[in-house]
Each structure stands twice: as structure tokens, then as C-alpha cells.
Design a protein around this ligand. Structure first.
Ligand SMILES: *Cc1c(COP(=O)(O)O)cnc(C)c1O
Length: 386
């Protein structure tokens, strides 16, 4: 690919209304953000519980920063392995109801590093069609055969397994628990039952469920009592936990194997101690009664917001704190986003190829800091624009 090819790629994207550009914030707080000197109600961040600014989380990071400095200095297998990383892994294993856990440097790196190590040539991965890009990239890198089942459709998974499981060595079923761009929930119990019937293992990405759902914020698998039946529970510290990094909770054997075989784990410098300290504090804060109460309120507010939009004739979806409003054409999603920004509401358009063609949307990420007034103002502004 030449520089000219790259230029043409950008021009085509611009022509299709799909050009991606960066627009920096000056500051962000739970529920609000400052961009270009203007304050906005922020509906595009995933800091659902405001933990990025929780005093106990910030204090843990500050203390670790002054004690350990900024960088970890090496990969985990060299000298970047701190006691803090192990404390975090023990906390996550307990939080997720699994035997062991392993910390990764980001959710993207985790999914690529986990799937590419767990599956190989001759195996098969069966992934929900709307699975996050990192899961699909991990499956592609593994060289296993990839089959995509219809979104949240255990019967289609059943049919694909019946057809293709036999030829495969090992089979892994992959899904998100709360879908990032649709805000709906996977039928985990049914998916696990189908996978079991075909002798397949199950990997669930809890990026958007961790912290919001489940006892102590352990996620949807914990809430639905199916953590036991899920072999690999992955999630991030970067969303409701307000920090950075990711984890896999699984058996001790799987974790020990990944320490040896996951290239994303082996060949990358460890997360900075201050980040790990913040993540550890966030897991603890997440389980507190006060936080659980706020998470419950967040989900109720999201239901009310969705209802208000639907009553206004809008196609508002989801079953979580994520409320996508489907508008169809990319140009229309961009226009609405621009007009809402004029009204002080920051909600970015999500367009293909992140979502399927013809399903461009505004994705409202609600957070506990949004008051009723803000939600009413956002719903009214959107109603006035359609
Ligand atoms: C955000 C996200 C990731 C990536 O996590 P990062 O920590 O941001 O790299 C992976 N999976 C899903 C479903 C996500 O929404």
C-alpha cells in the first residue's frame, strides 16, 4: 500500500461520511466533559460509576505512584511483576468466582492474546456475529476456523456446532455478556447449555457488565449464576472500574498456560503499579453497598430514558446502561450528533464498519452521575431533532 492508496482510502471514507477523526477533551468528569472551552453533558464515556474520580481509587493510585514511580520497567516474566499485580489477580478471581485470574494490558490485547493462545489450527471458534473486533481479531490470529452465529441466537449456535464441531479438534464459543454497541444481554444460560451439549468451552467478554451487574459488580455471569459453567471470563478495568487494563478469570491451569503461551502477555511491559493499585481499589469500591445502590439506580435511569425515547417514537434499544438509538444512515447519525453538541450534549455517532451497514446510531452511555434533569434534557433535545 502506497501513500497515494492511503490518501484515496481517506477520501473515500470522507465521501461516504465515514471518516474517523480525533477531537480532544480538555477535561472529563463523571457525566460531563470540557471540549474546546465548552462544557458538555457526556454520554459517550464508559466510566459508568464515576470510579475514575473516586477518592479511594485516586488515593491508591497516588500512593503507588509516589512509592513506585511511573513505569513497571519490564514485562511480568522479567522484573515488571509486582506484588500488586498478584493482589489484583487474587481479588479478580474472587470477584468473578473463578479459581485464578491473569491481568492483561488492555481489553483489546487480552482478547487477541487469549484466543490466539487457546485455539489453533484445526480448532473452531463459534462467535456471536456482533462480537467486539478484539475477539474476532483474536480468533483470526489463532488460525482456528471461525463460525459466526446470529446475534443472541442459541439455536443458530446449536446448528453451527452440530454441523462443524465434529471436524474440529477443540471448540470455543465466544460472546459478550452486555453488548458494547447494542446494550443488550446475551442469553448466557442457554449459550452455556448448548456449548456443553457439544463439548465446547465458553469465553465471555464482560467489558460492559463488570462493575454494573452482579453481586459485588462481578458481572452478568455472576448475576445469572452461570460463572461456574463459563470456562473463560474476560473483562476490562477500563469501563465501569474507571481505570485501565483487563483480565481473564479461569482455571489455574489455563492461567499458568497463558503465562507461558499468550504472546500479548509475554511480550509486553507490565501495567504500571499505580494503574494496578487503582484497579485493585476500584474492585473493592465496586463491591460496597453504596456503589451497588448507585449501579441499581443507573440501570433504572437507563430504563426510564429508553422509555422516554421510545414514547417519542425513537428506536431506542438495549437492556443495560447502554442505550443505542438506531437512525440508519451514517450522515443522519453525524447530523444528530452535531446538533446535540450544539445543545451541550456529547454523544458520538457509531457508524459502519463498527456496526452493520444501515444501522448507524447514537450510542448513549449513561452513568450514575447523570441526574434526572440531564436525562430529560437529552431526551427532549433528541426528540426536537428527529
Ligand atoms: C472496550 C472493549 C474491549 C477492549 O477493552 P480495552 O480495555 O478498551 O482495550 C474489549 N471488548 C469489549 C466488548 C469492549 O467493549
Amino acid at each position: 500500500m502506497t501513500e497515494d492508496d492511503r490518501l484515496r482510502h481517506l477520501e473515500k471514507r470522507r465521501g461516504d461520511g465515514l471518516l474517523r477523526t480525533l477531537s480532544p477533551l480538555a477535561e472529563r468528569y463523571p457525566g460531563s466533559a470540557v471540549r474546546g472551552g465548552t462544557a458538555f453533558a457526556d454520554f459517550s464515556s464508559n466510566d459508568y460509576l464515576g470510579l475514575s474520580r473516586h477518592p479511594d481509587v485516586v488515593k491508591a493510585a497516588a500512593e503507588a505512584l509516589s512509592r513506585h514511580g511511573v513505569g513497571a520497567g519490564a514485562s511480568r516474566l522479567m522484573t515488571g511483576d509486582y506484588e500488586l499485580h498478584h493482589a489484583l489477580e487474587e481479588a479478580v478471581a474472587a470477584f468473578k468466582g473463578k479459581e485464578a485470574a491473569l491481568v492483561f494490558n488492555s481489553g483489546y490485547q487480552a482478547n487477541v492474546g487469549i484466543l490466539s493462545a487457546l485455539a489453533g489450527r484445526g480448532d473452531a471458534v463459534f462467535a456471536d456475529r456482533l462480537s467486539h473486533a478484539s475477539l474476532l481479531d483474536g480468533a483470526a490470529l489463532s488460525r482456528a476456523a471461525l463460525f459466526r452465529f446470529r446475534h443472541n441466537d442459541p439455536e443458530h449456535l446449536d446448528a453451527l456446532l452440530a454441523r462443524h464441531r465434529g471436524a474440529a479438534g477443540d471448540a470455543v464459543v465466544v460472546t459478550e455478556s452486555v453488548f458494547s454497541m447494542d446494550g443488550d444481554r446475551a442469553p448466557l444460560r442457554e449459550l452455556v447449555a448448548v456449548a456443553r451439549r457439544h463439548g465446547a468451552s465458553v469465553l465471555v467478554d464482560e467489558a460492559h457488565a463488570t462493575g454494573v451487574f452482579g453481586r459485588n459488580g462481578g458481572g452478568l455471569a455472576v448475576e445469572e449464576g452461570v460463572a461456574e459453567g463459563i470456562d473463560f471470563v474476560m473483562g476490562t478495568f477500563s469501563k465501569a472500574l474507571g481505570g485501565f487494563g483487563a483480565y481473564l478469570a479461569a482455571s489455574r491451569v489455563t492461567v499458568d498456560y497463558l503465562v507461558n503461551a499468550s504472546r500479548g502477555f509475554v511480550y509486553s511491559t507490565a501495567l504500571p503499579p499505580a494503574v494496578v493499585a487503582a484497579d485493585l481499589a476500584a474492585v473493592e469500591v465496586c463491591g460496597r453497598e453504596e456503589t451497588r445502590r448507585r449501579a441499581g439506580e443507573l440501570l433504572r435511569n437507563a430504563d426510564g430514558f429508553r422509555e422516554a425515547l421510545r414514547n417519542a417514537g425513537l428506536d431506542a434499544r438495549g437492556e443495560s446502561q447502554i442505550v443505542p438509538v438506531i437512525v440508519g444512515e451514517s450522515g443522519e447519525a453525524s447530523r444528530l450528533s452535531g446538533a446535540l453538541a450544539e445543545a451541550g450534549i456529547l454523544v458520538l455517532p457509531v457508524r459502519p464498519p463498527t456496526v452493520p451497514e444501515g444501522s448507524a446510531r447514537l450510542r448513549f452511555s449513561l452513568c450514575a452521575a447523570h441526574g434526572e434533569d440531564t436525562l430529560r434534557r437529552a431526551a427532549e433535545a433528541l426528540r426536537g431533532l428527529r
